[in-house]
Design a protein around this ligand. Sequence first.
Ligand code: NAP
Length: 209
Amino acid sequence: MGRTPHRRIGVMGGTFDPIHHGHLVTAEEAWKQFRLDLVLFIPSGHPPHKEDRRNLDPESRYLMTVIATADNPHFQVSRIEIDRPGPSYTIDTVRELHRIYGKEAQIFFITGADAILEILTWKEPEKVLQECTFIAATRPGYDLRRLEESLPEAERLRRATEPRVLIMEIPALAISSTDIRRRVREGRSIRYLVPEGVREFIEKNGFYR
Ligand code: NAP
């Protein structure tokens, strides 16, 4: 990943266990709505808040993300969190992206609203909000008050003028990774919920059984 002329960089941060059509629709919608130059999918390597839950290994989650995004010219996948040892803190990722794309690049960190609800527990929440703009993807009917209440005081003051957390409603986010894993475990179909290549990869490797 060399220095490029891109200036509005979308970053899809997530565990992607597995990636599904809800994530892909979210990234495409953000790309269009926020006039992004590209969307970089960054599967988290070692989620800091999930030590108690076993995720599929980072390499397999990365490979599924590559398979899912291969046919879209403005989607790319990055290994930065997978290759960085230790917990995957967003502040470290955003700083690394600024080193790669330049200080002036604008970073739009796209992730689920439920993940952003926990932002106060993240490493250096105020700094991370200074260094990038967040796009919180919600399903229709999501209770936005919970999200507003979870934001740091400085962000609440900023919201009338220059908000750092924007909200995007995505109907396709009715699809969830939890539901897909449950379906596989129960022997139900996941066809049309994930890209066909991802479904075949899950089946071939016997994931989530
Ligand atoms: P999560 O708790 O597994 O996901 C929370 C919700 O958001 C789920 O409903 C999830 O749906 C959805 N979601 C996750 N990523 C999404 C995306 N890119 N687009 C749309 N919906 C998404 O959250 P996570 O995946 O572990 O973490 C999300 C991001 O926040 C990651 O990049 C992670 O590194 C970052 N994070 C950072 C810190 C920190 O710096 N300390 C702490 C926590 C999280 P699905 O299950 O269907 O994906």
